[in-house]
Design a protein around this ligand. Structure first.
Ligand SMILES: [Zn+2]
Length: 313
């Protein structure tokens, strides 16, 4: 490979010598490309989006998440340091669809920072019940096929931010989309093994509308969206009644909320507490869901193990 293009004055002469030595024309396009500048700084509102963006950015941008693994992302309270970090970024990525209720307030303080909403172009599913019934369910990333829309929106935003690296971002996005499609196919096959009479996924938050739609499961939950009343006696009673009819072997709760109410549901409905699912946050690197793709697979493992259907991966 040719040596990197240097900025010094004798560079053209050295390039010509080198090109001749390599048997190339001095004007070979590989040598004529402008060198890209320093990688841009990108901030995402939460860990799942940051992981997706890292996959698309590769070495071409520095990506970080404003919120830490395990954080509650619906009602997050940004710190002054968050404002500083976001202001210093070249691009801020957020989910939209009403997920980050804190973000619009926060964004007013970000001045001119470039931003991209990753659910742009996604056909939303409505929230089924409660005071948010007329609003879109924001958890669209839980569908791998919808995640492909996120990936394309990230690619577009990065290419607009740093056109010199557009090809790198396109290649990374295409490789990552391929991996998402492969996990999607695997989940489809694995979850199809759950018998028809058990196909109810009961969780704390109603965050699985996109996932249950994709894989032909029925969704049940204690509360429609985090940050309203969570696990009230009325919500507990309604879910127990529903589960006594549909009788799935296990129920679940998510990593970012308290599971006390769901454990009560399990006891009274005669179901097992099947474990922790991951939606609104990745885990730290040593946890079961350190990346978006591992999150999808870890959830499928937990569901299938609790339902007693097949061995995990
Ligand atoms: Zn949520």
């Amino acid at each position: 490979m040719p040596a990197p293009v240097s900025g010094t004055d004798d560079a053209p002469a050295r390039r010509a010598v080198l090109a001749t030595a390599l048997g190339l024309a001095a004007s070979a396009p590989a040598l004529a490309q402008p060198a890209p500048g320093a990688p841009k700084r990108v901030v995402a509102t939460f860990t799942v989006l940051a992981d997706m963006a890292r996959n698309v950015a590769g070495e071409g941008a520095v990506v970080e998440s404003l919120t830490r693994p395990g954080a509650e992302i619906h009602d997050y309270d940004p710190t002054p340091q968050d404002v500083v970090r976001a202001r210093a970024a070249d691009l801020v990525l957020w989910n939209g669809l009403g997920l980050e209720r804190w973000f619009e307030r926060f964004f007013g303080r970000l001045g001119e920072v470039r931003q991209a909403v990753l659910t742009e172009g996604v056909a939303p599913i409505g929230i089924g019940a409660g005071p948010y019934a007329s609003q879109p369910n924001p958890h669209a990333w839980m569908s791998p096929s919808v995640a492909l829309v996120y990936v394309e929106n990230i690619r577009k935003a990065l290419a607009a931010l740093d056109p010199a690296r557009a090809e790198l971002f396109a290649a990374n996005a295409s490789a990552y989309a391929e991996r998402i499609r492969a996990v999607d196919a695997k989940l489809r096959e694995r979850l199809a093994a759950i018998p028809a009479e058990r196909r109810v996924l009961a969780t704390c938050e109603g965050a699985f509308s996109y996932l249950t739609r994709d894989y032909g499961l029925r969704e049940a939950y204690l509360w429609p969206i985090n940050a309203e009343s969570e696990g009230t006696p009325r919500q507990v009673r309604a879910l127990i009644d529903l589960l006594r009819q549909s009788r799935p072997p296990a129920v679940f709760c998510e990593s970012t909320v308290a599971d006390r109410a769901m454990r009560q549901v399990a006891r009274e409905a005669g179901a097992r507490f099947g474990g922790v699912l991951h939606v609104d946050s990745l885990t730290a690197a040593d946890g079961p869901a350190p990346t978006y793709l591992r999150l999808l697979e870890a959830n499928a493992d937990t569901i299938l193990r609790a339902f007693g259907t097949g061995e995990p991966r």
